[in-house]
Design a protein around this ligand. Structure first.
Ligand code: NAD
Ligand code: UGA
Length: 454
């Protein structure tokens, strides 16, 4: 069958996989290929056990795989055979050298640019899907424009705004699609090609176009604003605990102002996930690079409050449990960084586990989707932590339960049974405010939600 367009995505991760599956689903007239250097990951994408858990993703992949969606490890062939190339490789925080702990590590991204250059014999549109520091497209263009065989490359920025756990819906019905391009004739032509792809299912008014630098920067700023809301409400949760105000009531009242809005105001144990922290650090690094130290300090405080909130949670546990956790068994309900995902990257539960172990507590972890990743995260404390599928079994004989992830199943458990099986006095620390505190209190637990009277 002849396809209208041949699209490649380099990087078969949390973004590449779902994003391309959605394009394949919405555009049966296009052939979409996803390549990755990790053969295990590609094998999983080609199996019935996908490498990531995401509601609705299994159906999406089943409907398209081997029809117009293909997964492969042959990166070079992929580049040769496709003229529209999304780059969705990981861009983690640098762990070495200049900018360690702050700047984005662009080595995977740059390797990809060089690979595209080496394997291209026809014109390509190269699309930055990964989240990158503003002005990365310039570096990409400089690498690609060293082409000796005169191949033309147009670089676009098309950042991804999906959230894990809701990725399929976010892709199907996005608030907006952002496409940044050079404002030259060729740049605008490349931009229009990408607009045409998304216009297969996204209403035109939701497809925003801009200059390429605005697009790159908007992605960092979106994540910074979202994370800032979480840190703002979490900062207020600390004040609520001192004053008997209830953070849920405060969030409701504040969020009812349409200028503020009600979403993303859930106080919590802190934000996790692979991106908020790394993207803010990246933004802070960029600001410092341009000498904007006051601006950098402002955004850095979002991360400081997040660290404070996680540590505060552990300190509250210590204070409530008579200032010692040594030898006490603590059960963590959830390990994923949020509900409806098995992803544990930067999950606050990792920090809490390490701190509890420092206090010589015994930690039992349960999670419906994230136990495999939890085992990997905690490989270096193996033997000190138990991983248990069933929440009742996990909580058996524990001195405390701490809710780390807002999986709805934890709100629906039988707390009378949990209390019966707990060490007394029994404690619950609800890091997500999802439990019926009154009910838990009535069955006998000492209950400590976030930002509410205990
Ligand atoms: P990921 O680690 O899940 O996937 C990246 C993939 O790229 C990996 O499978 C890796 O093997 C592959 N890769 C690396 N170098 C390669 C190369 N040279 N050739 C082929 N494959 C290569 O990462 P992710 O979560 O999908 O994130 C990708 C990018 O998207 C990041 O920049 C991230 O900031 C951004 N982003 C992520 C999310 C999210 O929800 N995870 C949302 C929006 C944006
Ligand atoms: C976030 C953004 O929401 C996406 O738009 C963006 O594309 C993505 O980062 C990215 O660039 O990777 P994600 O991290 O998957 O998506 O999940 P969120 O729903 O944003 O949650 C992030 C963290 O904040 C989670 O730990 C969550 O539990 C926490 N959170 C969120 C709160 O503590 N309170 C809230 O009110 C909302």
């Amino acid at each position: 069958m002849e396809f209208e367009k041949n699209i490649l995505c380099i990087g078969a991760g949390y973004v590449g996989g779902p994003t391309m599956a959605m394009i394949a689903r919405q555009c049966p007239q296009y052939k979409v290929t996803i390549v990755d250097i990790n053969p295990e990951r590609i094998a999983q994408w080609n199996s019935n056990d996908l490498p990531i858990y995401e509601p609705g993703l299994d159906e999406l992949v089943k409907a398209t795989r081997n029809r117009n969606l293909f997964f492969s490890t042959d990166v070079e062939r992929g580049i040769r055979e496709n003229d529209i190339i999304f780059v969705s490789v990981n861009t983690p925080t640098k762990t070495f050298g200049t900018g360690a702990g702050m700047a984005a590590d662009l080595q995977y991204w740059e390797k990809t640019a060089r690979q595209i250059l080496q394997n291209s014999t026809s014109p390509k549109i190269v699309i930055e899907k990964s989240t990158l520091p503003v002005r990365t497209a310039q570096a990409m263009e400089r690498i690609l424009n060293t082409s000796r065989n005169g191949v033309r490359f147009d670089v676009l920025s098309n950042p991804e705004f999906l959230a894990e756990g809701t990725a399929v819906n976010d892709l199907k019905d996005p608030d907006r699609v952002l496409i940044g391009s050079r404002e030259t004739e060729d740049g605008l032509k490349a931009r229009d090609t990408l607009v045409e792809i998304f216009a297969n299912w996204v209403p035109r008014e939701k497809i925003i176009t801009s200059n390429i630098w605005s697009s790159e920067l908007s992605k960092l700023v979106s994540n910074a604003f979202l994370a800032q809301r979480v840190s703002s409400i979490n900062a207020i949760s600390a004040l609520c605990e001192k004053t008997e105000a209830d953070v849920t009531e405060v969030a409701r009242a504040v969020g009812a102002d349409s200028r503020i809005g009600s979403r993303f105001l859930n106080a919590s144990i802190g934000f996790g996930g692979s991106c908020f922290k790394k993207d803010i650090l990246n933004l802070v690094y960029l600001c410092r690079h341009y000498g904007l130290n006051d601006v950098a300090d402002y955004w850095e405080s979002v991360i400081k409050i997040n660290n404070y909130q996680q540590e505060r949670f552990v300190r509250n546990m210590l204070a409530a449990m008579f200032n010692t956790l040594a030898g006490k068994r603590i059960c963590l309900f959830g390990f994923a960084f949020k509900a409806n995902t098995g992803d544990t990257r930067e999950s606050p539960a990792i920090y809490v586990t390490r701190r509890l172990l420092e206090e010589h507590a015994e930690v039992v972890i349960t999670d419906p989707k994230a136990l495999n990743n939890a085992r990997i995260d905690l490989a270096n404390v193996q033997g000190k932590v138990l991983f248990v599928d069933d929440p009742y079994e996990a909580a058996m004989g524990c001195h405390a339960i701490a809710v780390m992830t807002e999986w709805p199943l934890y709100a629906d458990l039988d707390y009378e049974r949990l209390y019966r099986d707990a060490e007394k006095p029994a404690f619950i620390f609800d890091g997500r405010n999802i439990l019926d505190s009154r009910r838990c209190f009535e069955v006998g637990f000492n209950v400590f939600p976030i930002g509410k009277p205990a």
